[in-house]
Every structure is written in C-alpha cells, then in structure tokens.
Design a protein around this ligand. Structure first.
Ligand SMILES: CC(C)(COP(=O)(O)OP(=O)(O)OC[C@H]1O[C@@H](n2cnc3c(N)ncnc32)[C@H](O)[C@@H]1OP(=O)(O)O)[C@@H](O)C(=O)NCCC(=O)NCCS
Length: 139
C-alpha cells in the first residue's frame, strides 16, 4: 500500500468516486489548484481510496475522503486521516475543519476516532438534511 499524489491521469477514477458521493467533479484546473491537496491509495496498482483537502491560510479544510465500498473497514480511511494530520503538524497548522451529513455515521466515527469534535450544526445544509461542522485541534 502506498499514499501518492493524485495526477491528471487519475482524474477519471477520482471523479467516479466524487460522483458516488454526489459531490461536484473536478477538472484539471481544480485538481491542480494551489491550495488543494489530493492523495490516493493504490492497491494492486489501482486506486481504491483518496483524500482531498484545502490548505488555507490558517486552517485545513477536509473536502472529501472516500474508500471504495469493498475496501472499507480495513483501515484505509484512517491511514488517509493520519496522513493529512501529519502534514498539518509539519506545516504548523492549528486546526482542521470538515463538514459531514448527520446521517453519515461511519464517517463521523472515523473523525471522532481522530479527535474531531462537533463545532457547529448547519441546519438543512444538505437539502433536507443537517450538516455537522467538526474541528480537530492539531496542536
Ligand atoms: C468514511 C470512510 C472514508 C471510512 O473509511 P474506512 O476505510 O472504512 O475507515 P477505517 O477502516 O479506517 O475505519 C476507521 C473508523 O471509522 C469507523 N467506521 C468505519 N466504518 C464504519 C461503519 N460502517 N460503521 C461505524 N463506524 C465505522 C470506526 O470507528 C473505525 O475505527 P475502528 O476500525 O478503529 O473501529 C468510508 O466509509 C467511505 O468512503 N464512505 C463513503 C464516502 C464518505 O461518506 N466520505 C465522508 C464524507 S466526504
């Protein structure tokens, strides 16, 4: 298993994962946006997971994390959150923020495992569904 930077050639796979999450797809410009970091996990030479976050001026914002359904519950999501946290520490960031649907229990469990706490609730942020803002203090 290795964690590597996503490159233009990976865009189709990453967009397939984004569509599965009903999120907006990326074009090459968005992929290579200065503040955006996207990393993939490859198993047997195919991409099975990715994480995407923004390195803003004073915080990191997790935009998306995804593990292919048949590879879930094997620690890959954890590896990606650990990777992002390590980068946050190295670059002296204080906080990581994210937004998640209230119903997304497995994602919330993953974030709580790594010390994210509920910071705010955004009512009806996802149409009928509330969004939860979670925050992790890196240092
Ligand atoms: C959320 C997601 C990334 C987790 O990835 P994963 O590789 O399955 O996560 P891990 O195997 O590292 O599990 C980490 C923790 O998450 C929690 N977890 C994972 N799957 C769970 C489930 N089905 N139910 C409850 N908790 C779960 C557990 O606390 C687990 O820790 P543990 O193994 O020490 O008990 C994955 O389920 C996914 O891709 N979901 C669809 C996309 C999505 O909703 N992304 C988040 C919004 S952008």
């Amino acid at each position: 298993m290795s964690i590597e930077k996503v490159v233009n050639e990976d865009l189709q796979v990453i967009n397939f994962f984004l569509m599965d999450m009903k999120m907006n797809i990326l074009d090459e410009k968005a992929l290579n946006f200065n503040f955006r970091r996207i990393y993939k996990i490859k198993v047997n030479n195919s991409i099975i997971a990715f994480i995407c976050y923004l390195m803003l001026v004073d915080e990191i914002e997790l935009e998306a994390i995804y593990v292919k359904p048949e590879f879930r519950n094997n620690g890959y999501g954890s590896k990606l959150v650990e990777f992002m946290t390590k980068e946050a520490l190295q670059l002296n960031y204080k906080n990581i923020f994210l937004e998640v649907r209230v119903s997304n229990k497995s994602a919330i469990q993953l974030y709580e495992k790594y010390g994210f706490e509920i910071a705010n609730c955004r009512e009806k942020y996802y149409g009928q569904e509330d969004g939860i803002v979670m925050k992790k203090e890196v240092r």
